[in-house]
Every structure is written in structure tokens, then in C-alpha cells.
Design a protein around this ligand. Sequence first.
Ligand SMILES: C[C@@H](O)CC(=O)SCCNC(=O)CCNC(=O)[C@H](O)C(C)(C)COP(=O)(O)OP(=O)(O)OC[C@H]1O[C@@H](n2cnc3c(N)ncnc32)[C@H](O)[C@@H]1OP(=O)(O)O
Length: 147
Amino acid sequence: MLDNAPRGTICIEDIEIGMVRSLRKQVTDRDIEMFAEISTDRNPVHLDDDYAHDTIFGGRIAHGMLTAGLISAVIGEQLPGHGTVYLGQSLKFLAPVRPDDMVLAEVEVVEIDHSKRRVKMETRCIVNGKKVLVGEATVLAPSRKFD
Ligand SMILES: C[C@@H](O)CC(=O)SCCNC(=O)CCNC(=O)[C@H](O)C(C)(C)COP(=O)(O)OP(=O)(O)OC[C@H]1O[C@@H](n2cnc3c(N)ncnc32)[C@H](O)[C@@H]1OP(=O)(O)O
């Protein structure tokens, strides 16, 4: 399930420190199976109940990069939005995301370099009020001058 968050582009000229955008998505078994298919990462901790039961997680969990993909979606669809180029992203996976967890993915602008059109953002994913992923993104933002 995806929020009906506004889509589009916020150009570098309109981006301000402290701006926040987010989406909510429930991570389903189907998402995990599709991500395994697309990425070819078939680690049984994601796909095999019996195997996952005997791990530190006690059950299947989502791929970390699937969760991280939700950050990419906020950046590419909302802030800055369409036309953004991802330059870098750090990630720390702090807690597992389990099938059917509702993930809130959030990005917050912390630094803007207008001369280079670069924006740094704190990025985080939250499940039931707990941070499961944190990191920092650097992006090249679209500009009205290059429309
Ligand atoms: C490749 C794929 O197929 C596999 C995947 O995608 S797996 C899915 C993605 N990963 C996860 O879901 C893991 C989520 N993380 C966790 O569940 C926990 O971090 C952990 C179980 C791995 C460790 O938790 P815990 O044993 O409770 O560790 P502590 O909280 O006690 O912390 C101990 C120190 O380690 C530091 N630390 C913990 N997690 C991270 C992290 N993700 N990145 C960096 N550092 C981490 C923590 O700060 C503590 O440090 P300190 O200096 O001792 O205070």
C-alpha cells in the first residue's frame, strides 16, 4: 500500500533546509519474492521459513536493499523528485523489516550546495516508531534553469 503523496519535482531553487518528504508502504511476501527475483539475491533468510526460524531474526525478513529502495522512491518521486540523479547513499540497517511490516521512509534536507546543485539528506525508515534504517543521501537536483 502506497500513500497518495504528492508527486513531481522540487527544483534546487525551491529546496530548503529542513524540508521533509515521506511515503508509507507495507512490505509484503510478494515484494520480497519479486525483489529476490529481480536482484537474484535468494538468501534463504528472506525466502525460507524453516531456515529463517533458526537465525537471530527468528523468522523471514526483507532484503535490506528492498527497504532502502523506498528511500530512493521518496527521492525520485518527491524530493527533489523527477529528474534527480542519485550521487551517493550511506546505509545502516539497525533492525529487521518483517513481511507485512508497514515502513515509513523519510528524507530530510540537511545541506544544499546551490553552485553544484547538490543536496544532502538524512534518510531513515521507521517501523512502529522504531528506526530500522538510517543513512545519508547525496543527490544532484533538477534546476529550472535546465528545463
Ligand atoms: C545480503 C542480504 O541478503 C541480507 C539482508 O539484506 S539482511 C536484511 C538487512 N539487515 C537487517 O535487517 C539487519 C538489521 N539489524 C539488526 O537487526 C541489528 O543491528 C543486529 C541484530 C544485526 C545487531 O543488533 P544487536 O546485536 O542488538 O546490536 P546492538 O544494538 O547491541 O549494537 C551493538 C553494536 O553494533 C552497532 N550496530 C548495530 N547495528 C549496526 C548497524 N546496522 N550498523 C552499524 N553498527 C551497528 C551498535 O551501534 C553497537 O555499537 P557499539 O559501538 O558497541 O555501541
